[in-house]
Design a binder for this molecule. Structure first.
Ligand code: ADP
Ligand code: MG
Length: 254
């Protein structure tokens, strides 16, 4: 396999006695879209949060574009990075949350320019030009001066996607980006994500939208109880699952 953009190796994570990730291995090549499906509580969110070091893992490691996340390696040991280095690394990883998490007191434009200016030190005019470009890409040029509360959920999530892209990330992680939306607003967000996928963005998407997985994913990953049970191209995992647990899950969501 060519050098992965995301490389997750032997990742374990427990909360007290509860082992939530039990040895997860996942590789995503540059430009590929991986869709993660699985029952509630199977560890999908914890996996995404481990990839950008919002969770400190107990065992294993994660690299993005060859760089250890949260750690530096010296000999065969890993040493945790300082907070400011971790924050710098996170600028390479876009994250889109279920509940948008926009800054409520900032306009749409300010939501998109905030991180490039304050975390990356980009000149404001450059950040604003980029924001204009990204808001056009998500179809919200006319909302640049609005506040999040003035937007629909679908519009807010499209702003959140523009904000994630503003750091020019190497990979974008989506955690159930359409789960909090009214059904009639899901399509507009999925359309933006499909366009992003077609443009060659490396993406890991946790979602129950099986149609999206079928259309866009290079790889579908089925997780259950902290492990990847099976993975492969959409027709293989979605139409000819090898495991009973995958079949049982799909029969509930399809
Ligand atoms: P999923 O996203 O697949 O629904 P999660 O990764 O959110 O699953 O959670 C996996 C398990 O870990 C669940 O049992 C959940 O209750 C537990 N969990 C998640 N976060 C925490 C936490 N901060 N403290 C304790 N338990 C947690
Ligand atoms: Mg979750």
């Amino acid at each position: 396999m060519s050098t992965p953009m995301v490389d997750v190796r032997g990742v374990h994570k427990s909360y007290g006695p509860l082992e939530v990730l039990r040895g997860v291995d996942l590789r995503v090549r540059p430009g590929e879209v991986t869709v993660v499906i699985g029952p509630s509580g199977s560890g999908k969110s914890t996996l995404l949060r481990s990839i950008n070091h919002l969770e400190k893992i107990d065992r294993g490691y994660v690299t993005i574009d060859g760089e250890f996340i949260g750690y530096r390696r010296s000999g065969d040991r890993l040493y945790e990075l300082r907070e400011r280095d971790i924050l710098r690394q996170r600028t390479h990883i876009g994250f889109v949350f279920q509940n948008f998490n926009l800054f409520p007191h900032l306009t749409v434009r300010q939501n998109v320019t905030e991180a490039p200016v304050s975390a990356q030190g980009r000149p404001r005019d450059e950040a604003e030009a980029l924001a204009a470009e990204l808001l056009e890409q998500v179809g919200l040029s006319d909302k640049a001066g609005a506040y999040p509360r003035q937007l629909s959920g679908g519009q807010q999530q499209r702003v959140a996607i523009a904000r994630a892209l503003a750091l020019r990330p190497k990979v974008v992680l989506f955690d159930e980006p359409t789960s909090a939306l009214d059904p009639e607003l899901v399509g507009e967000v999925l359309e933006v994500m499909k366009a992003l996928a077609r443009s060659g963005t490396t993406m890991i998407v946790v979602t129950h939208e099986i149609g999206f997985a079928r259309e866009v994913a290079d790889t579908v990953v089925f997780m259950d109880a902290g492990r990847i049970v099976e993975q492969g191209p959409p027709p293989q995992v979605l139409d000819r699952p090898r495991h009973d647990r995958t079949r049982a899950f799909l029969s509930k969501v399809l």
